[in-house]
Design a protein around this ligand. Structure first.
Ligand code: ADP
Ligand code: MG
Length: 275
């Protein structure tokens, strides 16, 4: 399987560190990006210890688009996902989800957006101990006001999709790392999520399971979601339409068509990472 096989081809993607490409994208009539970072900078620490975890990064992810993010440890990958998911806020620039800037939204509105629209697979799973797999997956839906029964039916379907229906009644403390990871993925996929953010979701999975999960993410993108996957493995990045490379908080390269004008006229395919 390669990114070419799975690439959507005709998406108006735009990535880059300067504003020029973003402006170009805006001038082309098309869908609103589900996720947009505009000149985003995130600083950590102070004085001589200051780290630019992200440094003037601009990136748009459109409906149906699957972006892989790669880069060495410390290059800003998790920072980018945290900002995209509204878990952190930038020191400069803006993050927009479904066209709305996250800055200025109330805590309540942000929490609602995270529950309803954003599916997040954390690097360390973040499952609630003491709750079964089905309860963990149903939880965000219940918080969002779903009736218990409907939430559990949706949770069961998501567990099935991830190939772990039989784990529904099991608690995280009685699962292997790979099982817990798949429950975390089911929780991110459940409900009508439009933005899926995954931080190395395949880390604890054997390669067959890893590919199955990638296929699920690809399928969600093909059905209109925006997917951002942080991964170390180029064979997983090959499922994406584009791979964005981060280095020292900056975008150091993008594979696949990055010029929206070229993309729309040629309808060319993503190149993945050569896998
Ligand atoms: P990655 O996920 O690519 O490994 P991160 O986004 O976690 O990178 O981190 C980017 C940089 O920001 C690193 O230098 C890291 O040490 C620093 N950093 C991230 N979070 C914090 C924090 N909460 N406090 C201080 N430094 C941080
Ligand atoms: Mg990280």
């Amino acid at each position: 399987m390669s990114g070419t096989t799975h690439g959507k081809g005709a998406n108006s993607a735009n990535t880059g560190t300067s504003d020029g490409g973003t402006e170009a994208a805006r001038n082309i009539a098309g869908p609103t990006p589900i996720l947009e970072l505009r000149g985003v900078t995130r600083l950590h620490g102070e004085g001589a210890r200051e780290v630019r975890a992200l440094d003037d990064v601009s990136l748009s992810v459109y409906p149906g688009e699957f972006i892989a993010v790669m880069g060495p440890s410390g290059s800003g990958k998790s920072t980018l996902l945290n900002l995209a998911g509204g878990l952190d806020s930038p020191d400069a620039g803006a993050v927009l989800v479904e066209g709305s800037p996250l800055a200025g939204q109330t805590t309540k509105a942000l929490a609602e957006l995270r529950r309803r629209s954003v599916g997040y697979v954390f690097q360390d799973f973040n499952l609630l101990p003491g709750l079964t797999a089905a309860e963990n997956v149903a939880f965000p839906l219940e918080l969002d006001g779903w009736a218990r029964r409907a939430a559990f039916t949706a949770a069961q379907a998501a567990l099935e999709e991830c190939g772990i229906a039989e784990l529904a009644g099991r608690r995280p403390e009685d699962m292997s790392g790979g099982q817990a990871q798949r429950v975390a993925i089911a929780r991110a996929l459940v409900g009508p999520r439009t933005l899926l953010l995954a931080d190395e979701p395949t880390g604890a999975l054997d390669s067959n399971t890893g590919s199955a999960i990638l296929e699920l993410l690809r399928d969600r993108a093909d059905r209109g979601a925006a997917v951002v996957l942080v991964t170390h493995e180029s064979r997983f990045a090959a499922w994406a339409d584009h791979t964005v490379y981060l280095r020292d908080g900056k975008i150091s390269g993008v594979t696949g068509p990055s010029d929206p004008a070229t993309l729309l006229t040629t309808g060319s395919n993503a190149t993945g990472t050569g896998a």
